[in-house]
Design a protein around this ligand. Structure first.
Ligand code: AMP
Ligand code: MG
Length: 351
């Protein structure tokens, strides 16, 4: 175990890590830990004071609700007023895993945890460290992503440390996370169930299991009509963003490559330092800029595991503008494009 600015950094194989961190959580502290999606910043979900410390450490707006993590399905009974029939189907198929269910909350869940809503978002994560911590502490743990609000989500302990050292009690370093984008959020308070945020479990998988699934209008705009998307007012805020300007170029694969080459020339002429987040298939086209490969177009899991890390790496290289190749929104592509478009503040070029 080492210390940085007062934050304890545990290696995952440190036999004290789980016990010490669960003690910190039980005493009202905040601890960052790996999950299968991204690193989470956890606190006792039922302790308002502890949860307030998450918001403070991240600089997160108070109306942005947190996801409550549990280790056992039985914990649901204490946290929600009603368990709709879909819970059984979804939990059997996707838990432990990257799926979050929004349900009517019990009074024990404080409003700060739910951003003032009368619903609570719950997930049973598929990662040993997260599950061990939940079991050892015997607490439901509220945990958003362990980054400063607005920054790219953390997929390594080093990302957490870069953002939060000195602001949190501890972090457990479990290496890079697998999926790399956050959980899928589905509301079971509405009929039919409604997809609120695309993530590690795909919309197609949910529909296969449940039959009818609505898509929240903000997410819907990302599937169909790019023009509407670019104009949609509620979407004009940045999230998951590096310091550099981000631009997403969407369309047919070879047209994307041509457009990125043209834009690169323009920006270089303006004296800017250009980075390209490329797919493997196109990456050889970009000879004049800094290039980072997200992965193969046919391997969306590879791409999702890399995008947040690459955005952070481009910041370290001090590029001024990052040109990102768009992908289709099928399967995991919907979650990937949701994060990339938000990182770009919805600055999208269609070719
Ligand atoms: P984060 O953990 O930082 O990825 O953020 C958690 C996200 O979960 C929020 O930004 C919401 O999109 C979603 N969420 C959490 N609680 C609720 C809720 N009660 N109703 C709807 N969405 C929620
Ligand atoms: Mg987040």
């Amino acid at each position: 175990m080492e210390f940085l600015k007062g934050t304890k950094i545990f290696k995952v194989n440190d036999s004290n890590a789980i016990l010490e961190c669960s003690n910190i959580l039980r005493e009202g502290g905040v601890v960052a830990f790996p999950t299968e999606t991204v690193y989470g910043l956890g606190a006792n979900a039922l302790d308002s004071k502890a949860v307030k410390r998450i918001f403070k450490a991240k600089g997160r707006p108070a109306d942005n609700p947190l996801i409550v993590h549990i280790a056992d399905l039985k914990q649901l009974n204490d946290l929600v007023t009603k368990i709709p029939k879909e819970v059984k189907l979804l939990s059997q198929k996707f838990w432990p895993g990257p799926l979050t269910l929004v349900l009517k909350k019990e009074d024990v869940v404080p409003e700060i945890t739910t951003g003032g809503l009368d619903t609570v978002a719950i997930r049973l994560p598929g990662h040993d460290v997260a599950l061990n911590l939940l079991q050892k502490s015997q607490l439901p743990i509220a945990a958003p992503s362990a980054n400063l609000s607005g920054r790219p989500s953390p997929t390594t302990a080093q990302h957490v440390i870069a953002d939060l050292a000195g602001r949190i009690e501890a972090v457990i370093d479990g290496g890079p996370t697998g999926i790399g984008v956050e959980s899928t959020v589905i509301s079971l308070v509405e009929e039919p169930p409604t997809l609120l945020r695309p993530g590690g479990i795909t919309y197609e998988e949910l529909k296969d299991l449940l039959g009818e699934v609505d898509i929240d209008s903000a997410v819907e705009a990302e599937i169909e009509d790019e023009n509407r998307l670019a104009l949609s007012p509620g979407m004009k805020y940045k999230h998951y963003s590096p310091d550099a300007e981000v631009l997403v170029i969407e369309g047919q694969r070879t047209k994307i490559a041509n457009e990125i080459m043209t834009l690169t020339d323009q920006y270089l002429e303006e004296g800017l330092n250009v980075g390209v987040m490329a797919t493997k298939e196109n990456s050889d086209s970009y000879t004049k800029s800094q290039v980072k490969v997200m992965g193969n177009r046919s391997n969306l899991m590879e791409i999702s595991s890399n995008i947040f890390r690459l955005l952070r790496e481009f910041d370290e290289m001090e590029v001024d503008i990052i040109l990102v190749e768009g992908l289709s929104t099928i399967g995991l592509g919907l979650a990937i494009m949701n994060r990339l478009r938000k990182a770009a503040g919805y600055q999208i070029i269609n070719v």
